[in-house]
Design a protein around this ligand. Structure first.
Ligand code: ARG
Length: 493
């Protein structure tokens, strides 16, 4: 259709296949039709095309929206979905269909479609992110008293609870939600009316098409409107951060389900076995999540690479960016769903978690704190006394609950020349992980009272995000309804 003007009619099959974006364009088909409708409604309202012509065009657009993409001939020689739709209209109503392309270009069209797609995909991703966050919050609620060792350097550090740990995951995920929400508001602006790059000589109304398509406003500078894809890079960057978070969670689930950790067991649905080793239960689905997250990070790098050297404004290179965004959204959304059900159905081995807290002196800091409080010693001195005591205990196989005042005094004399004369009961309490947790009720700490407060706070945060999500979805839906109403009015139905 675009041939036979400046260019000759012929195009090579191989080149057509190479050049066409039709395989991807299925993703923007519906957005493109809405975009066409909004443009034609506006052209008619501005008397740029008369009502009768607008009505003919809009009727066919509406029929096509109802019939769906399967009724179209997606021949790669037709380049892309914009041309396929125009061509389809031409076959139905003849030359008048050509009026639809007055005062616009595929450049502003595709930029507009992609922004419409991006906002829906962001909303969907936020729904799935909140799903995972809610699973974590509800499991956290069930495990407020589930003591486990907290790690630094992957070595036992201090006791914490599974609830506290899950809250840490969900806080990171809620920040990812915030990032996507912020991106949404930057993205939800209409490039329509920018034309190829420098608007048009027709008296169009850009605010009107923006309104008909549910945008918050127009993306003003017309060169920026058609030449920018920073929104795709921004989305992919946000998804990369999310991918890092999901992958870290996956990594812990894999580690914790090893024989050596033994802290959790995945439900059989999230495991595979070996074709030769009959005893095996492998965390394959979680491993796949970990690998898929690497893909997202890779796609984000590809996007930056495509965009970074492009002269303003539109270049065909931009076509290669669009599928990266959709692929990333698909991977993230599938993974979020699998992760949420894996965590929902996890078996928690509370006894093993508790056992590990004692196994390697993760309560040692509490003992040092006790010495500081009881003996008014500098923390560094207490730290040395406990360090030396732990080292001796490990050497002679003494468990934490067997550390007593006598042993501490012997070491303390060596180090500070004085006895500590601590009460054995107090030493026992300091070395009891359960007690240790209770005393960490500082803001953000693992004590049940503080975890309960944080849980309430996060549940409220999820509620707030949900209501903003509903508002955004409602705005898109209302604008679509009113666009269709305007279309029906013009075609007289
Ligand atoms: N399929 C093209 C894309 O995705 C549409 C825009 C084509 N514009 C052009 N000047 N060739 O970017």
């Amino acid at each position: 259709m675009l041939r036979g003007g400046r260019l000759g009619e012929e195009i090579d099959d191989q080149v057509a296949k190479f050049t066409s974006s039709l395989v991807f364009d299925k993703e923007i088909f519906e957005y493109d039709l809405l975009n066409d409708m909004a443009h034609v409604v506006m052209l008619s309202e501005q008397n740029i095309i008369d009502q009768k012509d607008a009505s003919e065009i809009l009727r066919e657009l509406k029929n096509l929206l109802e019939a769906g993409i399967d009724n179209l001939n997606l021949d790669p020689k037709k380049d892309d979905i914009h041309i396929v739709i125009e061509d389809h209209l031409s076959s139905k109503i003849g030359e008048v269909s050509g009026k639809m392309h007055t005062a616009r270009s595929r450049n502003d069209q595709v930029a507009c479609d992609l922004r419409m797609l991006a906002r829906d995909q962001i909303n969907l991703t936020i729904i799935n992110l909140l799903g995972l966050a809610e699973t974590l919050l509800s499991k956290s609620n069930e495990n407020i008293e589930t003591i486990m060792p907290g790690y630094t350097h992957l070595q036992h550090a201090q006791p914490t609870t599974l609830a506290h740990h899950y809250l840490a995951y969900s806080d990171a995920l809620l920040r990812c939600t915030d990032r996507l929400e912020e991106a949404y508001h930057r993205i939800n602006h209409s490039p329509l009316g920018a034309g190829a790059l420098s608007t048009t000589t027709f008296n169009i109304d850009r605010d009107r098409t923006a309104e008909l398509l549910g945008f918050d406003g127009v993306l003003e500078n017309s060169e920026d409107a058609v030449g920018s894809r920073d929104f795709i890079v921004e989305i992919l960057s946000d998804l990369s951060i999310l991918a890092v978070e999901i992958s870290r969670i996956a990594e812990e689930l894999i580690l914790w389900s090893t024989f050596e950790f033994g802290m959790i067991e995945l439900d059989d649905r999230f495991a595979s076995t070996s074709s030769i080793m009959p005893q095996k239960k492998n965390p394959d689905m979680i491993e796949l999540i970990r690998a898929k997250m690497a893909k997202i990070i890779g796609l984000s790098g590809t996007a930056v690479g495509i965009l970074k050297s492009l002269p303003y404004t539109y270049n065909r290179d931009l076509q290669e960016l669009s599928p990266l965004m959709v692929e990333s959204f698909d991977i993230v959304n599938d993974s979020l769903l699998v992760m949420a059900s894996a965590i929902e159905s996890l078996k928690i081995n509370k006894d093993r978690m508790r056992e590990l807290c004692d196994a390697n002196f993760s309560q040692a800091t509490d003992l040092a704190d006790l010495i500081v409080k009881e003996n008014n010693l500098p923390f560094r001195t207490a730290y040395k006394i406990v360090g030396k005591t732990v080292s001796e205990a490990l050497e002679s196989g003494i468990k934490p609950d067997k550390i007593d005042s006598k042993m501490l005094d012997r070491v303390a004399k060596d180090i500070s020349g004085k006895d500590l004369a601590l009460d054995d009961e107090k030493i026992k309490t300091a070395l009891d992980p359960q007690e240790s947790i209770k005393t960490r009720s500082i803001q953000g700490g693992p004590a049940p009272v503080e975890v309960t407060r944080m849980l309430d706070n996060r549940k409220n945060k999820v509620k707030t995000i949900k209501s903003k999500l509903d508002e955004r979805a409602e705005k898109i839906k209302t604008s679509k309804d009113s666009l269709i109403k305007s279309v029906l009015q013009i075609i007289g139905e």
